[in-house]
Design a protein. Structure first.
Length: 270
């Protein structure tokens, strides 16, 4: 890994809850001081978007940052949700009340629209039980065209089954949410997630010509190739650890309830 210190991206304003940080021309990180995920403002020549929105309780502080950047909520055309966890989507319902489109991958959209509290981790974040409506369901290969930014939608499961990453190829900007964070940190593998899916997603990211990593938590990083190499090594280590744990279990006794349920299903046609 590079020995140089991380670049200090300029902090434009700060309040008690969050900071507005310049990531690139017309790209801003809104970094929260509590457990909320980062939000990203991308101000395009044709339209302006927010990528993730943090927790509902942080909304007033986020509005301060958006207003300072010259993009109050009424100027946001689209909110893109990277996946279903409430630390990323909690404030999205505020935008449902405006003309703003709220979009997510179809798997995340399904969980959010069905109000799957287990998948969204509502108990963990103690968010208000307010529905979030998804206007457009995204798929791998979709393009979000902002005029001077063209964001490619990549389906990158692992953290959950529904994660997406947005990549701006010309500028080398990677909005990786919880799939990859500075220093090679990975998000946890939750309910519908998979370590093997995680590895495949990281391998895809490794092949990109990324210049700046804009992740779901933590600082901005201008060493994304180092970050992804470390994350891949860690994910393989995690896979090996789980294999050893599995081998240590008495597989027959642990799988007997599952096998019995299969046998019961096979009797249904008798």
């Amino acid at each position: 890994m590079s020995e140089r210190k991380p670049t200090a991206f300029p902090i434009l304003m700060k309040n008690d809850i969050c900071s507005l940080i310049q990531a690139a021309d017309d790209v801003y990180q809104i970094r929260f001081s509590n457990r909320a995920a980062n939000a990203y403002l991308v101000r395009g020549s044709a339209r302006t978007i927010l990528i993730d929105v943090g927790l509902s309780s942080n909304y007033p502080a986020m509005v301060e940052c958006l207003t300072f950047a010259g993009c109050p909520p009424e100027k946001i055309d689209m909110v893109v949700l990277s996946h279903e966890h409430l630390d990323h989507i909690g404030a999205a319902w505020h935008f449902n009340e405006r003309r703003t489109l709220v979009v997510a991958h179809r798997l995340a959209a399904n969980k959010i629209m069905l109000r799957d509290d287990f998948s969204m981790l509502r108990k963990m974040f103690n968010e208000p039980n307010v529905p979030v409506n998804i206007d457009i369901w995204l798929e791998e290969g979709n393009l979000i065209d902002l005029g001077n930014f063209r964001l490619n939608v990549m389906y990158t499961p692992g953290h959950t089954s529904a994660c997406i990453t947005l990549f701006e190829q010309d500028k080398g900007l990677l909005f990786a949410a919880d799939t990859l964070m500075p220093g090679g940190v990975m998000g946890g593998v939750f309910g519908s997630g998979s370590i093997s899916d995680y590895i495949q997603s990281l391998e895809r990211i490794k092949g990109l010509n990324t210049k700046i990593l804009l992740s779901g938590h933590g600082r901005l990083s201008d060493t994304p190739q180092d970050d992804v190499r470390i994350a891949i090594a860690r994910s393989h280590g995690l896979l090996e650890d789980t294999a050893q744990l599995f081998d240590a279990l008495d597989a027959r006794s642990n799988f007997e309830p599952i096998m019995q349920s299969v046998r019961d299903l096979n009797k249904l046609d008798d």
